[in-house]
Design a binder for this molecule. Structure first.
Ligand code: AMP
Length: 202
């Protein structure tokens, strides 16, 4: 299956992407994770991306699209994938459609996780990540950057909802609830409902 997971920062995309990709047996591909790995590894790509990430802005399409194209060409993504955090602009969505068409494929479904903005701010400002045994706040989860990221989402990424709805691919999912509840809703939207008694985390 070829799936895109859409949703604002703080909607739980990363968590759901891991669980759902595990259940579908496809790789979860997170552009944010790839960028962060490049920043930690101090690569050229990481150096370029960091400036935008720290400001809460999108990394330019030409950098991001080339990176995703390379990742999708890897053998583990041949039979399917779940994209988390890509596309984030209409231009990226069009590039993705073009790349998949070249390979004779298309997306099977786009799942949008829906959470209202007040709840997103609350979640993001309280979020911590475990790095080398310590709980740390992501630089871009600071309150002023969070507000900017949400604005960027509204302006540049939210239009993707209409774009994919127009293609008949969109499922909008209420992403308020426990992790298991949200996973179950997504799996139902993907036509793979979780059976009663079956663990939803994999
Ligand atoms: P995320 O972990 O998905 O919240 O992404 C963290 C940051 O990485 C974003 O705020 C952007 O700066 C950058 N980023 C991730 N995915 C993309 C994308 N598809 N296009 C542009 N920038 C991205």
């Amino acid at each position: 299956m070829r799936i895109v997971l859409l949703g604002p920062p703080g909607a739980g995309k990363g968590t759901q992407a891991q669980i759902i990709a595990g259940q579908l047996g496809v790789p979860a591909i997170s552009t944010g994770d790839i960028f962060r790995a490049n920043v930690s590894g101090q690569t050229e790509l990481g150096r370029k991306a960091k400036v935008y990430m720290d400001a809460g802005d999108l990394v330019p399409d030409e950098i991001t699209v080339a990176m995703v194209k390379d990742r999708l060409a890897e053998p583990d993504a041949k039979a399917g994938f779940l994209l988390d955090g890509f596309p984030r602009t209409i231009a990226q969505a069009e590039q993705l459609r073009g790349s998949l068409e070249e390979l004779g494929h298309g997306l099977d479904r786009v799942v949008e996780l829906v959470v209202e903005e007040e709840e997103l701010v609350r979640r993001l400002s309280g979020r911590r990540m475990l790095v080398d045994g310590e709980w740390v706040q992501r630089d871009d989860d600071r309150p002023e950057t969070v507000r900017h990221r949400l604005q960027v989402y509204r302006e540049q990424t939210a239009p993707l909802s209409g774009f994919y709805d127009g293609e008949g691919l969109l499922s909008r999912i209420d992403a308020i609830g426990t992790i298991e509840e949200v996973t179950a809703r997504v799996m139902t939207a993907l036509g793979r409902p979780v059976q009663p008694g079956q663990p939803s985390d994999g």
